[in-house]
Design a protein around this ligand. Structure first.
Ligand code: ARG
Length: 230
């Protein structure tokens, strides 16, 4: 009968914006996508018996691609927000993050979110950092295609601060050797990353169950250790 024929697993096209180390980035030598999200998604694919094919997209193109079903899912350090959840679905949270403020090393007048009033701020386009920065009175916000370009603008002294995901800015400074900038104050927000899916996705339960399984069987921990061991 038809049902006894071995089916090859479905292939999921999974979008990511790969300039966000250690969550997603390109291996300098091979060009391959690597990072926490990439390893986690591969592990989810194995657990849920789904082939995973990654597609690189600009961050502000990911939600439109999900809405038009051009891709089946996205893993991109994407914060679960109520606003986004009106147009797309999210898996259960898989990582706790939050926004951090970065300034030049010798800056002493910016220590908290309130101190950003009237300042020049760089952000990555379409992110929660961009959203938060847009609420600051009198601030001039410049948007960049990647968080690293926003940080470069800060190093060049063209802006006073960058508002970006804390784990990513800290990784750039501590692990990737970014010089001349520091993180100030506490995390500005508490955010949770989720895998994003089209509203009517048939894969949401498979993905949630796979995340649960990986948390229970140590698979999640192994991926975490690979990228956040230090
Ligand atoms: N967590 C932030 C957001 O959801 C930033 C994510 C940016 N991700 C990326 N791969 N560039 O808006």
């Amino acid at each position: 009968s038809v049902s006894s024929i071995a089916q090859s697993p479905p292939t999921l096209q999974v979008a990511t914006e790969p300039t966000f180390p250690p969550f997603e980035m390109q291996d300098q030598a091979t060009g391959d996508l690597i990072g926490f999200d990439i390893d986690l998604m591969k592990a989810i694919g194995e657990a849920a018996e789904l082939n995973i094919e990654f597609i690189s997209l600009p961050f502000d193109g990911i939600i439109p691609a999900l809405q038009s079903n051009t891709v089946d899912a996205a893993i991109s350090g994407m914060t679960i927000t109520a606003e986004r959840a009106q147009t797309i679905s999210f898996s259960r949270p898989y990582f706790k993050a939050g926004l951090a403020i970065a300034v030049q090393n010798d800056n002493t007048d910016i220590q908290s979110f309130e101190d950003l009033e009237g300042k020049r701020i760089a952000v990555q386009i379409g992110t929660t950092g961009a959203q938060q920065a847009s609420t600051i009175e009198g601030a001039t916000v410049s948007s960049f295609d990647s968080a690293s370009l926003a940080l470069q603008e800060l190093i060049n002294g063209k802006v006073d601060a960058v508002v970006n995901d804390g784990p990513v800015t800290l990784y750039a400074i501590k692990e990737a050797g970014l010089q001349g900038v520091k993180v100030v104050g506490e995390l500005v927000t508490e955010e949770y990353y989720g895998i994003a899916l089209p509203k009517d996705s048939p894969y949401i339960d498979d993905i949630n169950n796979a995340i649960e399984l990986l948390i229970q069987n140590g698979g999640y921990r192994a991926v975490y250790q690979t990228w956040f061991a230090g």
